[in-house]
Design a protein around this ligand. Sequence first.
Ligand code: S3P
Length: 434
Amino acid sequence: LIDFISKPVLSIQGNITVPGDKSISHRAIILGSIAEGTTIIDGFLEGEDCLATLGAFQSMGVRISRPKNAQVVIEGVGKYGLKKPQQPIDCGNSGTSMRLLSGLLAAQKFDSILVGDESLTHRPMQRISQPLADMGAQMMLSASNTPPVYITGNQPLKGIDYVMPMASAQVKSCLLLAGLYAEGKTSITEIGISRDHTERMLKTFSYPLSQKGRTLQVDSSSVCKATSLLIPGDISSAAFFMVAASIIPGSDVVIRDVGFNPTRTGVIEILKQMGADISVSQPRHFGGEPVADIRIKHAPLVGIDIDKILVPLAIDEFPIIFIAAACAKGETRLTGAHELRVKESDRIGTMVQGLQALGIHAEATLDGVHIQGGIIQGGCVNSFGDHRIAMSFAIAGAVAKTSIIINNCANVATSFPTFIAIARALNLNIEVKQ
Ligand code: S3P
C-alpha cells in the first residue's frame, strides 16, 4: 500500500511534457496487433492499464517488444492471426482493456475469459454484452452483469444498427472492433459525443470507416495495415498540472505536446469558464491526432454551472475539476454526469467524501455535485484505489492549510507512473510512503 503526503507550496513553475495518452496507447496496441506488418509506436504510455492490453496480445501470440522508453514494436499477426490465450486475460484496473478486447474477442475462433481487479470486477459490462449479443456473440457475465467476461468463440457475427444509449467511447470502440469481423455493415449512432480515437486510429491503420453525421459504419472487407505513430501527451494527465498552476498563486507552467483532440478538451473549456488563464499555442498533428502546447498561469477562479454538453468531453477530469471548484469563489454545480458513479471508483461519492473531510462544503446529487469554494484544510482522505482521485487530492495538498495524507495511491501507476517525478520537477511537495 502506498500513501501520498502532499504539503503546501508557494508556487509552481516549469516546462514539462506528460506521458502518452492512455486511450490512444490502448488503441495503437490493439490495431497494431491485428495489422499486417510491423508497427512502431513512440510516446506509448507505460502505465499498468496499457501494459495490460499489451500483455493480452502477447498472450495471444503477438510478438511485441519495447526497445526503449515509450517505444513499442509490434509484429502484427493480421486480422485472423490471434491465438487462444492459455490463461484468462487479466485486464487489471482497466475498463478500456476489458471493454475493447471483449468486442475483438467475441469475433475470434477461440474461447476467452477476461478478468480484472476488485474495482474492475464491480463495473457494468451489460453495456457491451447486450449489443454484442445482438451481433450474435456468445458471452456470459456474473449475475450482476459485471466481470469476469466469458466469451465463447467461433460465433459468426453479423452487423447491426445500434443507437448508443449513453455517450461511451468504450462501448463505441468495442462494437467497431467487433464490426471489423461481422458480416454486413455495423452502424453505430451516438447520442452524445465521445472521444473519437478509435475512428482516427482506424484511419491511421488504413481501415475504411464511414461517418455520416453521428453515425459510424464499418464492415469486415478490409485489413489494418501496419504503420508508425507518435502518441501525444495525455490531456487527462496534463489536467492535474493545469489545475495546480491555476490554483497555486504565482504559478506559471508550460505543458508541451499535449493531445488536443476536440473530444477531449472539455477540461480546458470548463477551466476557462471558471476564469483560468490558459493559452494554447503551436497547434499541429501527431499523425491523426491534434496536439498543442498549453501554458497555464495562476488566476482567481469562480464557480460555474458546468454545461452538460461538456460532460463527456471532460469525463475523466472531473475529480481534478472538483478541486478547482473547491478553490473557486462561489458555487460550482455539475449535472448530467451519472457515468462518474461507475468509473474506477464512484467518483461523485469518493470526491465528495474527501472534500468534506477537508472542510469543503460539497454535496452529491444523483448525477453530479454542488461544491462551495472555500479554504481546503489539511487532513486524511482515501483515494479508494482510484488513480485520478489520488492525484487530485495530491494537487489539493499544495493549497491546503496543512498537509493532506492520501491513502491507497498505488493505482496512480495505472495511468501516470511518473506523476510524482513530474510533480516534484514543478516544485510540488509530495512524499510517497510505502
Ligand atoms: C475511454 C473512454 C471513457 C473514459 C476512459 C477511457 C476510452 O470511458 O472514461 O477512461 O479509452 O475509450 P467511457 O467510454 O466508459 O465513457
